[in-house]
Design a protein around this ligand. Structure first.
Ligand code: C2O
Ligand code: CU
Length: 487
């Protein structure tokens, strides 16, 4: 009856601890529920050519009552600092593991030797330090680091371990783009968590019911009345997001996983699956001072197959959180700085394109699994084994990979070492926002995607690279393979 319902609602609602802010204007009211916002946490930055990271046990007061145990880097409460690197620099990273379990640290999206990659083979035992060094060869864009230890990835990422990496290069620097970190160039890391009644992170489930933006619940930010840039990462375990603004305004995608696009792509919604990044420009120059709007995840008009076959319940694959569209960042429009950027550029960079005719080899990967008594997810009917090399690629090969999803779930396919171009989708439509360089791609149920990449620079007959589903629970469940690039 009604009392049961009231009790149910009451018992499912945690009292959120908020940092009191001066910004509690009338704009901070969302339809009939009043939300108290907290200021978006902006991860501190580290720059230079030597980076010291330590992965520690930490805590965060997400809710009133029990404090939540977390993992974080360099004394943060959840997540870690943003590393800022310059293309062309030789960098060294010292990763100290202060947990009492093994971890690894993977530089997602980086084109580096396999032994520096931080995949499942580069174990960092408890109380030890791993010190890879490599040349930064990637284009200016937004990348990230996270643990990648087989069967512990979902747990360690759920607990909060991860961080962004921003690569800068001269081509990007030459463009009129907002780039004042935390002021008009904003990191937006999206993830959600489920908490037990005693506020413990429940990492047995892939879907949270509380959204964390940079680790902040009910996040808000004051942004200058000008063009601003968001660097958005879907750092979820499994949920995909379909992002847009509460007034359905047009915004502009300027970069995806591996670099700037040729031209800004105007959209009103953009899907983002786990592991993918986009950079967008949002024009606030015509917004009134003191006005507000929400950056949100929407369920309506999801792209074809985007969670379409998942059960409609809390935790479905698409954008719903607790069966609702949900805000990811509340924006308050504030005064601008002295020389604001007011225009969306019409062109960005000239990307060299790989065409299907450039391919020197092609291969097919089948997403399998879900048979009675078998694993739920696999590639070509086999699950990850540290000792098994699943694919061998010749150095300098230009390869076309077709990944066919015969599994009953959608997946997020990620490959290490290379940035690729998406050549085609069996559904017929490669989104404009998917042009440019990618390292992670959405793979709808029953469909295939064909990508093309050049495997240059790094050969080894010993150290493999990974390809896998970036849903951490699928990856831990064995939906991962490895390839050698051989001379
Ligand atoms: Cu972001 Cu193999 O991972
Ligand atoms: Cu998957």
């Amino acid at each position: 009856g009604i009392f049961g319902l009231i009790f149910f609602v009451f018992s499912c609602t945690k009292e959120i601890v908020t940092t009191p802010t001066s910004n509690t204007s009338a704009g901070n009211t969302n339809s009939n529920t009043s939300i108290t916002y907290s200021n978006l946490w902006i991860p501190p930055t580290l720059s230079g050519t030597t980076f010291n990271l330590s992965l520690d046990k930490s805590t965060k007061q997400f809710f009133s009552g029990s404090i939540t145990n977390t993992y974080a880097y360099n004394g943060a409460n959840f997540w870690g600092p943003t590393l800022i690197m310059n293309k062309g620099d030789q960098v060294q990273i010292n990763v100290k593991n202060n947990l009492n379990e093994t971890t690894t640290s993977h530089w997602h999206g980086f084109h580096i030797p396999a032994e520096m990659d931080g995949g499942p083979h580069q174990e960092i035992l408890a109380s030890t330090t791993w010190s890879p060094n490599f040349k930064v060869m990637n284009n200016a864009a937004t990348y990230w680091y996270h643990p990648h230890l087989h069967e512990l990835t979902a747990k360690q990422v759920s607990m909060g371990a991860g961080g962004l990496i921003i690569i800068k290069d001269p081509e990007e620097a030459a463009l009129a783009l907002p780039r004042t970190y935390g002021v008009d160039d904003i990191p937006v890391v999206l993830t959600s968590r489920k908490f037990t009644s005693t506020n413990v992170i429940d990492f047995s489930t892939a879907y949270g019911d509380y959204l964390l933006t940079n680790g902040t619940l009910n996040a808000q930010i004051s942004l200058p009345k000008q063009v601003v840039r968001f660097r958005i990462l879907n750092a979820e375990i499994e949920r995909g997001y379909n992002l847009g603004f509460s007034d359905n305004r047009t915004f502009y995608i300027i970069a995806n996983d591996g670099g700037l696009l040729d031209n800004p792509v105007p959209v009103t919604r953009v899907p983002l699956v786990v592991g993918e990044r986009i950079e967008i420009l949002l024009d606030l120059s015509n917004d009134a001072l003191g006005s507000s709007l929400d950056f949100k995840a929407y369920n309506a008009n999801l792209p074809q197959g985007f969670g379409g076959s998942e059960p409609a319940q809390s935790g479905q694959f698409g954008s719903l959180l607790n069966n609702k569209d949900f805000p990811v960042l509340h924006i308050n429009v504030a005064a601008t700085n002295t020389s604001p950027m007011l225009a969306i550029p019409s062109t960005l960079v000239k990307n060299t394109t790989l065409a299907a005719t450039d391919a020197t080899n092609s291969r097919m990967l089948m997403v399998t699994g879900g048979q009675p008594n078998g694993p739920a997810f696999s590639f070509n009917n086999s699950t990850f084994n540290h000792q098994t090399i699943n694919q061998t690629v010749k150095l300098n090969a230009v390869e076309k990979w077709t990944i066919m999803n015969n599994n009953v779930f959608g997946h997020s396919f990620h490959i290490h070492d290379v940035q690729f171009k998406i050549l085609s989708r069996s559904s017929g439509s490669v989104g404009l926002h998917e042009s440019g360089w990618k390292d992670t791609v959405y793979l709808p149920v029953g469909q295939s995607v064909t990508i093309i990449a050049k495997f240059d620079d790094f050969a080894s007959d010993k150290y493999p690279f990974m390809y896998h589903c970036h849903f951490a629970n699928h990856e831990d469940g064995g939906m991962m393979g490895q390839f050698l690039v051989v001379p």
